[in-house]
Design a protein around this ligand. Structure first.
Ligand code: FVH
Length: 284
């Protein structure tokens, strides 16, 4: 791997994220070439020492690794469809799903490029700090992206980074929705969001602590009720639904949670522990 921070890098796409990526490379000392469909967006980076490639061909020929960070995968294909990719090393950090990642990997490799797919689990302002998590998948990178944040290579399957990204987003929005449900309920009693938030944080941290043990049960396929059986849990879920309806707040999320548990109980898993619900999540 080229660990030299003097290794040249090219960034295609200077939106909010692409600009943050290019800025982090510059700050780490990488000779950085940039290109953007709207060239004017490059002016600040050029003032900071980046070189603006006049064409996409020139950007790709600049040498080193080419980082792609556009709106979506169709934009990536649209941009690079006519480009000379033979011998290029592409790291696509555009958000997408695993199907798009695998398809684009096959398309790029057919064009003679070395293709890594990636996902950025961070916001632009955190790029360049350890908090920024960069996930990669595909062939082992031969270029150190450490200037961007904390980089993890997940494996050879180019779809893995996007799959982790989508799984992580599912986790993020599920936790936020659960918090908003509780906030809506408590607001009916005059409890404001700021008052409830620390309690919600404690609950989220507590549940997070359960994951390793629950993961072991899922991997073993055995769900002994060491803490609580699903049929006990579902009674508390009924309270969630009844409370939401009585308070006149939205009850869709509580009803979904209870409906999945009811299905698992109907399938005979009432005496097992909560992770047995993986069976409900594994089927469409
Ligand atoms: N911003 C964020 O917080 C999130 C964090 C997690 C990861 N996402 C993903 O990163 C990709 C880029 O996001 P972005 O925030 O930089 O997006 P924009 O600011 O909208 O910039 C989009 C750039 O894409 C260029 N572009 C779009 N279509 C084309 C095309 N057909 N050909 C060439 N370039 C294209 C656009 O160019 P321009 O409009 O400036 O000319 C921008 O450079 C994204 O996947 C996020 O989901 C960010």
């Amino acid at each position: 791997m080229d660990n030299e921070t003097t290794a040249p890098v090219t960034v295609l796409g200077l939106g909010l994220m692409g600009t943050a990526l290019a800025r982090a490379f510059l700050a780490a000392g990488h000779p950085t070439t940039v290109w953007n469909r709207t060239a004017a967006k490059a002016s600040a980076l050029v003032a900071e020492g980046a070189r603006l490639a006049p064409t996409i061909g020139d950007a790709l020929a600049a040498g080193g690794t080419t980082i792609v960070c556009l709106t979506d995968y169709p934009a990536v294909r649209d941009l690079l469809d006519d480009a000379a990719l033979e011998g290029a090393t592409l790291v696509n950090l555009t958000s997408g799903d695993s199907g798009q990642a695998r398809e684009t990997a096959a398309w790029a490799e057919k064009r003679g490029a070395r293709y890594l797919d990636g996902a950025i689990m961070a916001i632009p302002s955190s790029i360049g700090t350890d908090e920024a998590v960069i996930l990669l998948s595909g062939p082992l990178p031969d270029f150190d992206l450490g200037a961007l944040g904390t980089v993890s290579h997940l494996g050879e399957d180019p779809g893995l980074a996007s799959l982790y990204d989508v799984a992580g987003l599912t986790m993020m929005w599920s936790v936020l929705n659960a918090w908003l449900q509780g906030t809506a309920m408590l607001k009916t009693a005059g409890v404001d969001a700021a008052t409830y938030a620390p309690f919600a944080q404690q609950i989220a941290a507590g549940v997070a602590g359960w994951l390793p043990g629950y993961a072991e049960q899922v991997d073993k396929g055995s769900f002994p009720a060491e803490v609580s059986a699903l049929e006990t849990d579902v009674r508390a879920m009924a309270h969630m639904v009844e409370e939401s309806e009585a308070l006149g707040v939205n009850a869709e999320l509580p009803k979904l949670i209870k409906a999945m548990a009811d299905r698992a109980i109907a399938a005979g898993h009432g005496g097992e522990q909560y992770p047995v619900l993986i069976r409900e999540f594994e089927r469409p």
